[in-house]
Design a protein around this ligand. Sequence first.
Ligand SMILES: Nc1ncnc2c1ncn2[C@@H]1O[C@H](COP(=O)(O)OP(=O)(O)OP(=O)(O)O)[C@@H](O)[C@H]1O
Length: 337
Amino acid sequence: MDTDTTDSRNAIAASDVSLTYSDGTEAVTDVDLTVPEGEFFGFLGPNGAGKTTTIKMLATLLKPTGGEIRVNGFDVREQAQSVRESIGYMAQETSIDPELTARENVRFACEAYGVPRSERGERIEELLELADLADVADKRADDFSGGMKKRLDAATALVHQPPLVFLDEPTTGLDPKARNRLWEYFRRINERGTTIFLTTQYLEEADQLCERIAVILDGEIVATGSPAELKRRVGGELLDIEIDGGETARERAAEVASESGVFEEASVEVTDAGLTVTARNARTNGTDLLVALRDEGLTVTGFNVRAPTLDDVFLAITGEELEEPADEAAADAGAVR
Ligand SMILES: Nc1ncnc2c1ncn2[C@@H]1O[C@H](COP(=O)(O)OP(=O)(O)OP(=O)(O)O)[C@@H](O)[C@H]1O
């Protein structure tokens, strides 16, 4: 297998990548992505932003209509087979067989990926252990909770020990507890040296797990950086103020905040409860604003200063809030645990 040594330290190097579906939908436009080996990388965006289309191009399941992609040093068009052998891919829909036990599912994946017979036994036990499924290894996957099925699915994607694994929205629909266990599992995989490319609609997931994040919106990457860098771009801390007296009072309060001169370069937004001021000196000068509001005859019923979250980042970048999918705790009903 020929690899391009210039890309040998990048698990993914994609430039100017586009994909237009046959019906004319421009799903991905001019995407540039570089993911170094060993990184836990997050690809964040709302429904229909282009996450799955991108991951499928990286995993050779879709051919880009423009641009260049190298994965583990291999060209996705010219060396698709080598790319496939060097990656794991966990799709949104699980690929496990519910009629088989956890151990049988992993064994089946070992056979499908051509893991040498002599290595299978040890590999299967190691993966079941890693996925925290060793004590239910001989139970049918059909009886598993949504989270357990996802952990098993991820285990089957790892049987050939790929240096890079793609996880496409692995925790969508899981309750917070199941999501947490899956996060632990992904961390363990990454700590063993596996590069992870994860797509998610959950800001908190990206924040908790990823060293670096790219935000995709309408097929274009609109921001890239570590969670901390992206938060710094919001430009300071946030002061949430609750105001009594309805919309008129809230809008008047926002005017006072904008015109008061209390903050340098503040951005002021009217919220359902009052207003949010984003400013570098929000913490130190916040009380001056409270005094100015009181002098205007406005009633402040509460206030809080906080560091920006990725929600604030998303709002600042896109002008809209990221609507996260609802949890489906029911997915875990009737589970083994
Ligand atoms: N086979 C297809 N043919 C035509 N358009 C498609 C096809 N698959 C996806 N699209 C469109 O391409 C765009 C990107 O879809 P994609 O599935 O990549 O987004 P996504 O970010 O993964 O969304 P989700 O979170 O819903 O999985 C959307 O407008 C979608 O409707």
